[in-house]
Write a protein that binds this ligand. Sequence first.
Ligand code: GDP
Length: 364
Amino acid sequence: MEHPENHTDYKGLTVNSGVSQPPVVNPYLKRRKKRSLPSAGELVEGILAGDITRLSRAVTLVESTAPDHQALAQEVIEKCLPHSGNSRRIGITGVPGAGKSTSIDVFGLHVLKSGGKLAVLAIDPSSERTKGSILGDKTRMERLSVHPNAFIRPSPSAGSLGGVARKTRETIVLCEAAGFNNIFVETVGVGQSETAVHSMVDFFLLLQLAGTGDELQGIKRGIMEMADGIVINKADGDNINRAQLAQAQFRSALHLFPPTASGWQPEVLTYSGYYELGIPEVWDMIDRYFAFVSENGYFEKRRLQQARYWMYETIDEQLRRHFYDNPAIAAALAEKEQRVLDNRQSSFTAARDILDIYFASGNR
Ligand code: GDP
């Protein structure tokens, strides 16, 4: 329709009809090809040659939930397994603010001084909730992140703690096959993720802070019991005396614990990550631990125990996923749950009914 202002009687400006708008979506985008998957052979070859791009690609596949990615990842892991195992796996935990990033940066540089390569991985249960990973973020380890022999990978973010932990363990295998002879696995010292980390490392380092009052307050006994070494960070400036006091308290607390399975007496040291004080001493303790457990056979024994543990963990996780991913189960669960909540059925018979559906659905 002609604009009223274009009428010959109208004395104002002329208004032209508008031009038609282009479609919102760029039609050329459709033509972009999906990145095709590399072959397992290509990935394995790249990993064994220490190619970081291929390693990262394989780790991304490990983290993916897509069935074709998973199948490929498993094939790559299987082929890398014979080339793995040749590393020191060190778990590092501490509450937020304990100085993990600062310390890993400094410890990492210290380790790399004597050659070799270092991979820093993380298990961060909170990333499930926040959908974004905090741990392993490259900006947190400034110097390490630009070191040519360091590989920093954030925590896998999807799935249950068990799933996240399995992915990290599989990533360890890939990193070792790529020649990384030092592996750090970082976790926030607040919950169950320590148990997961403990089940995949040779040495478990607990970072602590000297606070005011009771130093041992709020530290889960279980976490302390897992530690092969406790290091009190921020032993600098005015804080030195408090750090030493905390050290004494931790030492006496450790004496109350039963002897460790390795026969190693966990040590307590103070250091400063920020001012880089006491770093060689911390590393000397870790070296002594490795010498001790290699000598008495515990190193090998613990790795075998962990391999067995992971076999059962994987079975548990796969069974659970297979069960909950079954559409018949998903439908029945909601209904049965409501019946239980309405007190119309007991938990046990409801569970029994659902399991019957599962077993009757001919699972393969
Ligand atoms: P994270 O949350 O455990 O990773 O801890 P960060 O490494 O981010 O450190 C938390 C804060 O403590 C930062 O502001 C650091 O600068 C500070 N910090 C870390 N290490 C030391 C240390 O050895 N001495 C002092 N005084 N501050 C430190």
